[in-house]
Design a protein around this ligand. Structure first.
Ligand SMILES: Cc1ncc(C[n+]2csc(CCOP(=O)(O)OP(=O)(O)O)c2C)c(N)n1
Length: 607
């Protein structure tokens, strides 16, 4: 039998799994692993994020495009802990990432070696990642590794997807044993979990009788590749289709049954559909507070009287936030197929385009854009984000991938920007992390290259606050020689999504700690175009509507990663989008008027 070190077992197993990249930062805690990767450098490429969190976000972006995970490697201590936020994103939204962190030599655990945390337990780092990973392993000897690698991939890639962590003492990475590199699939189930046939029939009974059926699509629909099935089901029963943030690209946004999103930063049409549904079928969604307007009865949902059919791969989600008429545990694609088969078996047909409900949907779709356009003024200088989105939709192809993090533009794409194809809307969903967009966009671009679509455009739409969290990562795009990747910085000189919230919730004069200012109180911003140029990108700074498309055209021609800085409105309410639902933002007692209203409103929460 061949002899392999711990580092070699990992590297060779990753290659067998078809993993093309590891992203990470070497340190003294992972040198034997990095050396093993060096020996395999022709088969697996090492990518250099400048902070480990970004390695995880890059892996998420790559997975969203390809359905394949990447590995992130870190040293011991700070490098390892830097992954925590990225892993939390992956955990909350259900994306696999393999996180490999270095740790104390097993024979020195508890001594307090450089970067060890040991005051409560020896080698105590893995506990930090426990809440944000599906499973974590702290390895003690190299012989564990072949089996743990298989189990780690099984955990990541089956059931509700999610990140896993393997903690690797330095000596384990260097020690060797006689072993074979295991076959990845020999212990993995490739099955999709089918729904209980009785509950499928119970769902069909409700759907057949529904006058106002609504499908609510979450990220689970995208994860299970259930677009075709969802579209077929929606058209079969004439359902209005509403999406959550993670389900935004689960249905063509220009389809006549598409009713945008529901929730606090949702849309009037989405809220109207979900709150007045007689049967609501939620597929792969968590009923997060933003989707549910903080559970205030009648705003996003009225369950009951609405009958809820909930499909989720994870039993943890069923009935968590709303009572179900039918709860089905299963894979979205498999369950929806079963529903279609059952509807066909029962000979169900419906000419939904003739229904009153369909007419109402068409009217509401029109009304939503009339409402959005009321506040829009394309002549403003600097431009409104709405105007930028309009121009972006004209410039980018239907299959372009658009990436956002937390901030005003994220809420606005949900309300205004159409997506047409699956896996084109990437966003930091449930954990809503700033700093996600830049590395996730680079991961997406690598994924597109691997899928044989290297010219597909990728755009990260970033606020200046978002950009400044991971601005250094544009270096990766330059180092990798990427093109047709655009970092579009919507510069409003501050954390304006939060300023808007302060002003809307507490009063026009209450924006505090959220605008970037110098010591004289003047608005402050670095010159992002210059920074982009200094990193080796094509860069421009603009502020008017008519400059947007020409700047993007020049950027595309440059064949370099591009930073396009667009100055955008800083004055509320032209900064962002209207909050048409409700969100529980507690009002301080001393703001007596707002507090009175707030106390009335929270009485409507049904928890
Ligand atoms: C890592 C992290 N820190 C803080 C927040 C809270 N937060 C949400 S949006 C936001 C402001 C975003 O600012 P920017 O990216 O400049 O976009 P803008 O809203 O100004 O358009 C902040 C601070 C967060 N979501 N993530």
């Amino acid at each position: 039998m061949p002899k392999y070190t711990g580092g070699e077992i990992i590297s060779k197993y990753l290659i067998k799994e078809g993993i093309k990249y590891v992203a990470g930062i070497p340190g003294h805690g992972n040198l034997p692993l990095v050396d093993a990767l060096f020996k395999d450098k022709e088969k697996i490429k090492f990518i250099q994020p400048k902070q480990e969190m970004s390695g995880v976000h890059l892996a998420i972006g790559y997975y969203r495009i390809t359905g394949k995970p990447l590995a992130v490697v870190t040293s011991i201590g700070p490098g390892a802990i830097n992954t925590a936020i990225g892993l939390a994103d992956a955990f909350v939204d259900g994306f696999p990432v393999l996180c490999l962190t270095g740790d104390t030599h097993t024979h020195m655990r508890g001594k307090g070696v450089l970067q060890e945390i040991e005051r409560k337990r020896d080698s105590d780092f893995p506990r930090i990642l426990e809440p944000v990973t599906k499973r974590s392993w702290q390895i003690s000897q190299v012989s564990q590794l072949p089996n743990v690698m298989q189990r780690a991939f099984n955990q990541m890639m089956t059931g509700r997807r999610g990140p896993v962590h393997i903690d690797l003492p330095m000596n384990v990475q260097a020690d060797a044993i006689d072993c074979e590199i295991p076959e990845p699939l020999e212990r993995r189930s490739m099955a999709r979990i089918q729904g209980d046939p009785i509950e499928i029939r119970n769902s069909v009974k409700l759907l057949k009788e529904a006058k106002r059926p609504v499908l609510l699509l979450g990220g689970g629909v995208v994860s299970s590749n259930a677009y075709d099935e969802v579209k077929e089901l929606a058209e079969k029963i004439g359902a209005a289709v509403v999406v959550t943030m993670m389900g935004k690209d689960a249905f063509p946004n220009d389809h006549p049954l598409f009713c945008w999103s529901t929730g606090s930063k949702g849309t009037k049409i989405g809220l109207s559909m979900t709150s007045k549904a007689d049967v609501l079928m939620a597929i792969g969604c968590r009923f997060a507070d933003e989707t549910a307007s903080s559970y205030r009865d009648g705003v996003s949902f009225s369950i009951p009287p609405t009958n809820l059919i909930q499909i989720d791969i994870d039993p943890h989600e069923i009935g968590k936030n709303y009572p179900v008429s039918v709860g089905i545990i299963g894979d979205a694609k498999a369950c929806i197929k079963q529903l279609i088969v059952e509807l066909n078996l029962q000979g169900f047909t419906k000419d939904y385009k003739k229904s009153e409900f369909y007419k109402e949907i068409q009217l509401e779709r029109k009304k939503w854009f009339e409402f959005i356009n009321q506040n829009k003024d394309d002549s403003k200088i600097p431009v409104m984000i709405s105007t930028v989105l309009q121009e972006i939709r004209k410039f980018f192809n239907r299959d372009a991938v658009i990436v956002t993090s937390s901030g005003n533009v994220q809420a606005q794409i949900l309300q205004e920007l159409e997506f047409y194809e699956p896996r084109t809307c990437l966003t930091a969903g449930g954990f809503s992390t700033m700093g996600y967009s830049v590395p996730a966009a680079i991961g997406a671009k690598l994924g597109l290259i691997d899928k044989g679509n290297p010219n597909c455009q990728v755009a990260a739409l970033v606020g200046d606050g978002d950009f400044m969290m991971t601005i250094s990562e544009i270096s990766m795009a330059v180092q990798l020689g990427l093109n047709n990747i655009f970092f579009i910085v919507l510069n409003n000189h501050g954390w304006i999504a939060i300023k808007d919230l302060q002003q809307a919730a507490f009063g026009e004069d209450r924006g505090y700690g959220t605008s970037f200012e110098d010591k004289y109180g003047n608005s402050y911003s670095p010159d992002f175009a210059k920074i982009g140029e200094a990193f080796g990108c094509y860069a421009e700074k603009i502020s008017k509507m008519e400059e947007i498309i020409p700047a993007l055209e020049r950027a595309a021609k440059s064949k370099k990663p591009a930073v396009i800085e667009i100055e955008v409105q800083r004055v509320y309410p032209f900064t962002g989008s209207p909050a048409v639902g409700w969100w529980d933002v507690p009002k301080p007692m001393y703001l007596s008027e707002q507090r009175k209203e707030y106390e009335k409103e929270i009485k409507g929460e049904k928890l």
